[in-house]
Design a protein around this ligand. Structure first.
Ligand code: GLN
Length: 494
């Protein structure tokens, strides 16, 4: 099997003179065009990418005026189309923003640019990051490279499909209830959701501000660490950004896991979990045990309430955040209307898709004077209980493990008429956002998905700000297994 073209591998090739950033860029854009069937990209920024790659090549060859290089210098990456990009349209997967071109870069975009990464485009996503299948995109569904009849997961589905199909080594994503980890699991790649506050939300189109967090989708944990180190950092433009010491994740990957305690919550292995997925996860845990980890039982009793709690808090915040799309301040405005009120109504009726409207209506309802106490306030209390469970569990273990999702990737269209079935995809992931913790999904085997083999994700959850520890455990797992190196049928590893 050819070695995967990871960030780390490409960085070496750039330094040995085996390739240049411009060559990588040309190749990447060729791959993106050749896999138009995946619909992984909304926008490809070819000209800007070549200009950035040229600057990176000058730096790498020492002719760039002596600027410093990083592991990311000259590496092609893509951004989920939720991140504002200066001069490049940022749609958030919505008709509402289909023609919106920001006048600034999101902090994540700026940080990765400063590290020398070359942006080749913006990836497909569920509208306003609401969804688990990428089928809610105004720009059409994206496909899972393992089986085009299945979904890549969502909402960062385009980023996951692009990395899984080896179009490029890394892409950014956002995770409000599972949107980095679930598509990473469905596409057989690594997905990191950092601690809340670790990575700036400035310039990220807001869905549910107390839950949203930016992270990365990569082939390996080693690369996820490189991405996190570049993305993270205090930002005075995000009032919830945390002024913490840098994660230094890439430098602390080589940890032994001998003596590490892994907590297994019974709640993550109960009803609704596909037995084949459970078997893969158990086998992965046995590998970690063989490598010296100790498996212990822990309890997360309130996690059974995480989906109802999430589907009150997230829509509540979304209904407020999305009020700014009024036909005046950003993007789309209805063509025909009679007066201001009708302009608002028609703009929002025509600009938003069905799922977004459903969330706005639920959110407005749970925040309304008559129902605030019964729903929103109650959900806030549940949120506290969920966070307390994790705090107690981490007194007994270093990390928590389980499946990322209850099933592997499902067929396109299978859950579009059943929102609750769609929401249940996040049954293991959403509690992590409610508690603000970091978590990782890594490839841990395959199950027979009907049409062929489909990937399974192992979910690792850590204490607040413990990304380096999580990535170290994931890295160890990737040293003793090769699930992450498997590429989808027809895709060469390199
Ligand atoms: N699937 C969840 C939702 O639709 C999570 C989305 C996300 O994490 N952005 O809200």
């Amino acid at each position: 099997m050819p070695a995967a073209r990871t960030i780390t591998a490409l960085a070496k090739m750039l330094r040995s003179g085996e390739t240049t950033s411009r060559d990588l860029c040309r190749e990447t854009i060729g791959r993106i065009r050749a896999r138009a069937d995946l619909n992984a990209f909304i926008t490809v920024t070819e000209d800007a990418a070549f200009a950035e790659a040229g600057r990176a090549d000058a730096l790498l060859s020492g002719k760039g005026g002596g600027g410093a290089t990083t592991t990311l210098t000259g590496i092609p990456i893509a951004h989920k189309d939720i991140f504002s990009t200066l001069g490049v349209r940022t749609t958030c997967g919505s008709r509402m923003l289909a023609d919106y071109t920001p006048a600034f870069d999101a902090t994540v975009v700026a940080n990765l640019k400063a590290a020398g990464a070359v942006t080749v485009g913006k990836t497909n996503m569920d509208e306003f990051a609401m969804g688990s299948s990428n089928e809610n995109s105004f720009f059409g569904a994206a496909a899972n490279p393992w089986d085009a009849g299945t979904v890549p997961g969502g909402s960062s589905g385009g980023s996951a499909a692009a990395v899984a199909a080896r179009l490029l080594p890394a892409a950014t994503g956002t995770d409000t209830g599972g949107s980095i980890r679930q598509p990473a699991a469905f596409c057989g790649i690594t997905g990191l959701k950092p601690s809340y506050g670790r990575v700036s939300r400035h310039g990220m189109v807001a869905f549910a501000s107390s839950l949203d967090q930016a992270g990365a989708l990569t082939v390996t944990c080693e690369d996820a660490a490189v991405m996190l180190d570049a993305m993270a950092g205090f930002d005075s433009r995000d009032s919830t950004s945390v002024d913490a010491p840098p994660p230094c994740a890439a430098g602390s990957l080589d940890q032994t896991i001998a003596g590490l305690t892994i907590g297994l919550p019974a709640e993550f292995f109960g009803d609704g979990l596909d037995p084949a997925v459970a078997a893969s996860v158990q086998a992965a845990l046995a590998e970690l045990e063989k490598a010296g980890a100790r498996l212990v039982d822990v309890a997360l009793p309130s996690s059974e309430n995480s989906i109802p709690c999430y589907y009150i808090i997230a829509p509540a915040e979304a209904s407020s955040n999305l009020s700014r799309f009024d036909g005046v301040r950003y993007g789309f405005r209805a063509g025909q209307f009679d007066g201001l009120a009708e302009m608002y109504e028609k703009t929002r009726a025509e600009g938003f898709g069905a799922e977004v409207k459903r969330r706005i209506m639920v959110g407005t309802y749970v925040l309304s004077a008559g129902y605030y106490d019964a729903y929103y306030l109650k959900a806030l209390k549940l949120r506290r209980l969920i966070a307390d469970d994790f705090a107690r569990a981490f007194e007994q273990c270093d990390v928590i493990a389980g499946p990322t999702t209850p099933t592997c990737a499902f067929r396109r269209g299978a859950k579009m008429d059943d929102p609750v079935a769609m929401y249940l995809n996040d049954i293991y992931t959403s509690s992590v956002n409610l508690a603000g913790l970091p978590a990782l999904s890594i490839p841990a085997g395959f199950v027979n998905g009907g049409g062929g083999e489909l990937p399974v994700g192992l979910h690792l959850i850590g204490p607040y700000m413990a990304e380096a520890k999580l990535l170290g455990v994931g890295h160890r797992f990737q040293q003793i297994t090769d699930w992450h190196e498997r590429a989808p049928p027809g895709v060469d590893g390199g």
